[in-house]
Write a protein that binds this ligand. Structure first.
Ligand code: FES
Ligand SMILES: [Fe+2]
Length: 459
């Protein structure tokens, strides 16, 4: 389908029928507008504070395709700076992480302080004749930078709402589900790899509990996840309801929030909360979820959060992957390529066995060597190739599974649907995508974005 790249994008995502136009995965001009209207506007995840604890520590991250330096200045303030010299645009930082006193451009030597200010210009007296106003030529700074429970985000748009307001109940719950597991520290080394797919396919897959039995059949046969040992029939049923490391197609929950945040996947049946402890020594140690028994954690997560075991996505592209305590960024690299980043965390007080189990799973499930990610990447790659076809683009994709079947419930200010496997969260994400793409400013988006659905609605 040919259309004007300036939308309306709502016509490409039919929220009533669940049909999504294939051009949104293939069209170069749509992709370029995503960089402008989604990535340059949204709060993007940068890094964890434990990666940059001291003044001068820095970590290179991305906002869309643009390199940014997340750093801590001399006052201890978090700074996010565009990694592009104001003179000819050269990168001023080339290491992926480290500690620096300043950022020296390797082209002509302009030097920037940790807060981005231009502090050194070779030939300032002799060649510029002191005619350059250095105060106007610092590195471009993010519009806003903030940390939520140690997780650092930045937006390039100063008109964006503050981070906590942006995250709302659902975004905060998504991060709480990892942050409340204990004092988290990063595992050295961020895994990065390229997959030949549109970034949105990698995002919508994180909610997808329909594919594992098929896509990952061989990985499960190969023992990618250790099956619980010596279980009776009754144990099996309890384990399914308790959602420890299993895939239960019948016990699912989706939680829908503002600006496109969503959580989708298994839920823990309330009566099964109490029986979880008896299984922890019989399943893979990474499934140890004991933190949910702590009353302080229960206070933070609320009743819905405590019984949620699905996957949060912080719109647009941050997956909080709870299995191995990971965060994954799906970074856009053109309409047909995505750079996947994996950050792995361990609770500081975890036993060495548990830490080893977390790192082992982080290496063998996702990331460049991950059994599951290779399965997934192959599917997304083939989908992305096919989306380019002129004939293929005459036929939309189907995201209608289970939508409209079960009404929304609301508890503790959170809108959720308890149901079987479904595609609510995926469709919610595409609905938000269209709203972001149709709004030409934050002011417009604040007006037009979908908020969490009301009780009894059928989104
Ligand atoms: S490009 Fe950086 S100093 Fe010239
Ligand atoms: Fe998968």
């Amino acid at each position: 389908m040919l259309h004007d790249a300036r939308g309306p994008f709502s016509s490409l995502v039919d929220v009533t029928t669940g049909l999504v136009d294939r051009s949104i995965y293939a069209d170069q001009s749509i992709y370029e507008l995503e960089l402008e209207r989604i990535f340059a506007r949204a709060w993007n995840f940068m890094c964890h504070e434990s990666q940059i604890p001291k003044a001068g520590d820095f970590f290179l991250s991305f906002i869309g395709e643009e390199s940014v330096i997340a750093t801590r200045d001399k006052k201890g303030e978090l700074q996010v700076l565009l990694n592009s010299c104001r003179h000819r645009g050269n990168a001023v930082c080339r290491a992926e992480s480290g500690n620096a006193r300043s950022f020296l451009c390797t082209y002509h030597g302009w030097t920037y302080g940790l807060d981005g200010s231009l502090i050194g210009v070779p030939g300032y007296k002799d060649f510029y004749h002191e005619q350059l106003d250095k105060s106007q030529w610092g590195l471009v700074k993010a519009g806003k930078v903030a940390s939520y429970k140690g997780f650092v985000f930045a937006t390039m748009d100063p008109e964006a709402p503050d981070l906590e307001e942006y995250l709302g109940e659902v975004g905060r719950m998504g991060i709480d589900l990892i942050a409340e597991r204990g004092d988290m520290e990063i595992v050295e080394g961020i895994q990065k790899n390229l997959i030949g797919c549109n970034w949105k396919l990698a995002v919508d897959n994180l909610f997808d509990w329909y594919h594992p039995q098929i896509s990952h059949a061989s990985a499960f046969m190969a023992g990618a996840v250790r099956e619980p040992q010596n279980l009776t029939q009754q144990d099996m049923m309890q384990l399914q309801k308790a959602q420890i490391g299993g895939l239960s197609p019948m016990h699912q929950r989706v939680i829908l929030g503002g600006y496109g945040h969503a959580i989708g996947g298994p839920r823990i049946e309330e009566e099964a909360l109490d029986i979880r402890s008896k299984f922890y020594d019989r399943v893979d140690p990474i499934f140890d979820d004991r933190y949910r028994e702590d009353p302080k954690v229960q206070d933070v997560l609320g009743g819905v959060g405590v019984t949620t075991a699905g996957h949060p996505n912080i719109f647009p592209n941050l997956w909080v992957a709870l299995g191995a305590h990971q965060l994954s960024l799906r970074l856009p690299r053109g309409p047909h390529q995505t750079e996947i980043w994996w950050f792995t965390f361990t609770p500081k007080d975890a036993t060495p066995d548990r830490k080893a189990a977390i790192v082992g799973m982080a290496n063998s499930i996702f990331g460049a060597a991950g059994l599951l990610e290779q399965d997934d990447g192959e599917n997304w790659d083939q989908s992305t190739r096919a989306m380019r076809g002129v004939v293929a683009q005459r036929y939309p994709l189907n995201f209608a599974m289970g939508t409209g079947a079960t009404p929304v419930a609301v508890a503790g200010g959170v809108s959720y649907i308890d149901t079987t496997i479904n595609e609510h969260a995926q469709l919610w994400t595409y609905r938000a995508w269209a709203e972001w793409m149709d709004a030409d400013s934050w002011a417009a988006l604040k007006q037009t974005h979908s908020t969490a659905p009301a009780a009894d609605a059928r989104p």
